[in-house]
Ligand binder design. Sequence first.
Ligand SMILES: Nc1ncnc2c1ncn2[C@@H]1O[C@H](COP(=O)(O)OP(=O)(O)OP(=O)(O)O)[C@@H](O)[C@H]1O
Ligand SMILES: O=C(O)C1=C[C@@H](O)[C@@H](O)[C@H](O)C1
Ligand SMILES: [Mg+2]
Length: 183
Amino acid sequence: MSKRDNLYLVGLMGAGKTTVGRLLAKHYGCTFYDSDHEIVARTGVKIPVIFEIEGEAGFRKREEAVIAELTALSGIVLATGGGAVLSPTNRENLKKNGVVIYLRGTPEHLYERTRHDRNRPLLQTDNPLARLRELYQQRDPLYREVADIVVDTGRQGVGGMARVLCGKVDLLRSGLPLPDTAD
Ligand SMILES: Nc1ncnc2c1ncn2[C@@H]1O[C@H](COP(=O)(O)OP(=O)(O)OP(=O)(O)O)[C@@H](O)[C@H]1O
Ligand SMILES: O=C(O)C1=C[C@@H](O)[C@@H](O)[C@H](O)C1
Ligand SMILES: [Mg+2]
């Protein structure tokens, strides 16, 4: 299996990994996977319930197992959970087995996209924007560490984002250097 056969999306909550990932999979005729959805399908409960019963540590163990399995597949687009890069094992699996795309968003943009959703336990605090700023500080270096492509998601909607990414992926797959990794 070549790294170029798979596309993996990383980034904070609300960056668009799931939404844009589906569009990329459709465009390339690949199977789409989402590590969060896979965990929910296997446990039969929503993510906040897993956090409640097993804590974040329990969720991370499940996430690591699922990502190990999914990164062994070929010809897929994988949207990862926002915290997947916290695990060195996940970072290794992602870097080794696919083209990794970091969808970067500012905490302010991400806050706007996630504020009405109750399905992200880490944002159920009095000040979700402050939490997103903290997570951004911690994780931005980790997303960059694994990424082959970095794009800013603020300027365009999901369709435009997918089109920009297809252009970059095609260049990378053709062996040409990317003119600019932070769009
Ligand atoms: N580039 C974008 N422009 C405008 N809205 C966007 C963009 N990307 C995503 N959104 C919207 O933001 C919301 C969150 O997107 P999505 O669920 O795809 O994020 P995610 O990265 O998968 O988050 P999580 O890590 O929590 O799974 C959705 O309503 C989606 O339509
Ligand atoms: O950023 C995170 O740590 C998370 C993001 C979501 O995708 C889920 O994986 C879960 O809510 C944790
Ligand atoms: Mg998602």
